[in-house]
Design a protein around this ligand. Structure first.
Ligand SMILES: [Zn+2]
Length: 166
C-alpha cells in the first residue's frame, strides 16, 4: 500500500486526483490507504471514480456508497494499484480505450473492460455480460451513425413549446 501510494504521488496521478477532490468535494477522509472525496460535485454518472490514490464519490458519502455496495472500497483500491502499474496518467486513456472495447464486444462499458474485470465486476457494481457476435457490434455501430445523422438533420417540430416566440 505504501509502495502504491508513493508510486501514485510520483507518477502525478494522486496530485491530479487531489486537485479534483479539493475543487469538487466539500469533505475528504482517509481510509484503507486511500483519500476519499465525498459528495463530489464532479458531474459523472459513476458511483465513484478513482484518480491515483484518490476516490471521488459524486453526490454521496462513502457510507452511502458502501450501503449499496459493501465491496466498493476493495474495488477502488484495485484501481489505485492499476494507476501505479500503468505509471499514472497513461491509465486514463488506456482505461477509456478498454471501456470502448468493452462496449464494442458486449454493449456494456465495463463487462469486458480489462481493468474493471481485474478489479471485480460485482465489487464495482457491474454485471457480467457475454460478448456479442461482431455482426451485432456492426449493427449497433450503424445505429449510432444513423442516430448521429438524424440528430444533425433534425428540424424542430412545429408547435413545440419554445417555438411560439420565434
Ligand atoms: Zn471500477
Amino acid at each position: 500500500m505504501l509502495f502504491r501510494n508513493l508510486a501514485n504521488w510520483c507518477n502525478l496521478s494522486t496530485p491530479l486526483g487531489l486537485a479534483l477532490a479539493l475543487a469538487t468535494c466539500p469533505r475528504l477522509r482517509f481510509r484503507d490507504g486511500l483519500i476519499w472525496g465525498e459528495s463530489s460535485r464532479i458531474p459523472l454518472p459513476a458511483g465513484a471514480i478513482t484518480v491515483g490514490s484518490v476516490v471521488l464519490i459524486p453526490r454521496q458519502t462513502l457510507a452511502d456508497l458502501e450501503r449499496g455496495n459493501p465491496q466498493v472500497a476493495a474495488h477502488e483500491a484495485q484501481h489505485a494499484w492499476q494507476y501505479a502499474y500503468c505509471l499514472g496518467l497513461p491509465f486514463i486513456p488506456i482505461y477509456l480505450a478498454m471501456m470502448g472495447w468493452s462496449w464494442l464486444r458486449t454493449g456494456d462499458r465495463a463487462a469486458a473492460c480489462f481493468f474493471e474485470v481485474q478489479a471485480g465486476l460485482e465489487a464495482g457494481g457491474y454485471r457480467a455480460v457475454p460478448t456479442r457476435p461482431w455482426r451485432e457490434t456492426w449493427r449497433a455501430l450503424g445505429g449510432l451513425v444513423r442516430c448521429g445523422g438524424d440528430a444533425q438533420n433534425a428540424r424542430p417540430a412545429a408547435g413545440r413549446e419554445g417555438d411560439a416566440a420565434a
